[in-house]
Design a protein around this ligand. Structure first.
Ligand SMILES: [Zn+2]
Length: 347
């Protein structure tokens, strides 16, 4: 009896182990993710462009230090992801060179690291009164008088602004982004792309429709990642200044043919945050937040791809009953394009 019970428990525990192993292998976190292959990190400013200045530090140095930490953490957490940097030293690559670098390396994500700054406020304080002598009238009527004039001390105080914000390109820049997507379609880089792709002419309506679709997809992805980044900052107690769209000033965000975000990691103009941004603990905390957000993003992308696959199957059923619609045609085109792109990359 004892032996039988023992055998029973042994069998149960064995099957639990086997089952959990099977289940684990299906979980997205446990298998190597395939959705992100290359991340291009862009540490803001550099070289002669110091960026914002604090009381004792420069933005460019914090950008580089945080970027290198983020990159090292990505390499540890995602061993299959290639991490590239637009700069690894105190130099200034031109903005177009940064965008070209990301496009040429077919990045799946462009991540800009910056530090924010707000102008200090000019204030005044009454320090006392000064007696000033003056005269009124002329000749015999000339009289000496005095008056009290208030005296002020003028000084500046650092802005109280603090916290993080993450930017995506402005909605008004969607056309520029679409152009970057179209011009950098990997198939166009092929020498004999016409022979390979036949009717896929970059000026054709299908091609433009495709790059518009891709642009919309990149926008959704960028906004989602930006939201995840802010969520992680909130969890460690940073002040949340939200996901924002900046219509001007972040040219690289719309010049890169991939999802792209710019993280403003804190305010160098705020003495408390300047200290945090320059500290090892601060930099590690910021980097860990960004990498945790990237993990969520990669899981989200994988889920999304699974959904899309299911949708495709549903739509295929529809197609057979309703005939091929215009959207189905575009979807087919997109699918073929992705297949060819994957083939080119040797997947
Ligand atoms: Zn900056």
């Amino acid at each position: 009896m004892i032996k039988r019970t023992l055998l029973f428990f042994l069998l149960v525990s064995l099957s639990i182990t086997v089952l959990s192993f099977i289940k684990d292998s299906k979980e997205p976190g446990n298998k190597q993710q395939k959705v992100i292959k290359t991340i291009v990190i862009d540490p803001g400013h550099g070289g002669s462009d110091a960026g914002a200045r604090g009381q004792y530090s420069y933005e460019k140095d914090i950008c580089l230090a945080v970027s290198l930490k983020v990159g090292a953490m990505i390499e540890k957490e995602f061993p299959d992801v290639k991490v590239l940097y637009t700069r690894k030293v105190d130099s200034y690559p031109a903005l177009h060179a940064r965008a070209n670098f990301a496009n040429e390396n077919k990045g799946d994500l462009f991540l800009c690291i910056h530090v924010n700054s707000a102008p200090s406020q000019r204030k005044s304080e009454l320090t006392g009164y000064k007696t000033v002598t003056y005269y009124v009238g002329k000749g015999k009527n000339r009289k000496k008088k005095t008056k009290e004039v208030p005296q002020y001390r003028y000084y500046t105080v650092p802005s109280a602004a603090k916290g993080t914000e993450t930017y995506i390109w402005g909605a008004g820049k969607q056309d520029d982004k679409e152009l970057a997507v179209r011009e950098n379609a990997s198939m166009l880089k092929e020498e004999n792309y016409k022979e390979t792709y036949g009717e896929m002419d970059p000026t054709s309506p299908e091609f433009i429709a495709l790059s518009l679709l891709k642009t919309k997809q990149y926008f959704k992805r960028s906004a989602t990642l930006a939201g995840f980044v802010q969520d992680e900052f909130v969890k460690v107690g940073r002040v949340d200044r939200d996901v924002k769209q900046r219509p001007v000033g972040i040219w690289v965000l719309q010049a890169t043919a991939m999802p792209s975000v710019l993280v403003e990691t804190g305010f160098i103009s705020n003495p408390e945050e300047e200290k945090y941004l320059n500290s090892e603990e601060g930099q590690v905390e910021i980097s860990a937040c960004i990498v945790r957000a990237l993990k969520k993003y990669s899981n989200w992308l994988e889920e999304k791809q699974e959904e899309e696959k299911k949708d495709e199957k549903e739509k295929d059923k529809e197609k057979t009953t309703n005939g091929q619609s215009a959207t189905a045609e575009t979807r087919k085109f997109l699918e073929d394009f992705d297949k060819k792109e994957k083939k080119l990359r040797g997947e």
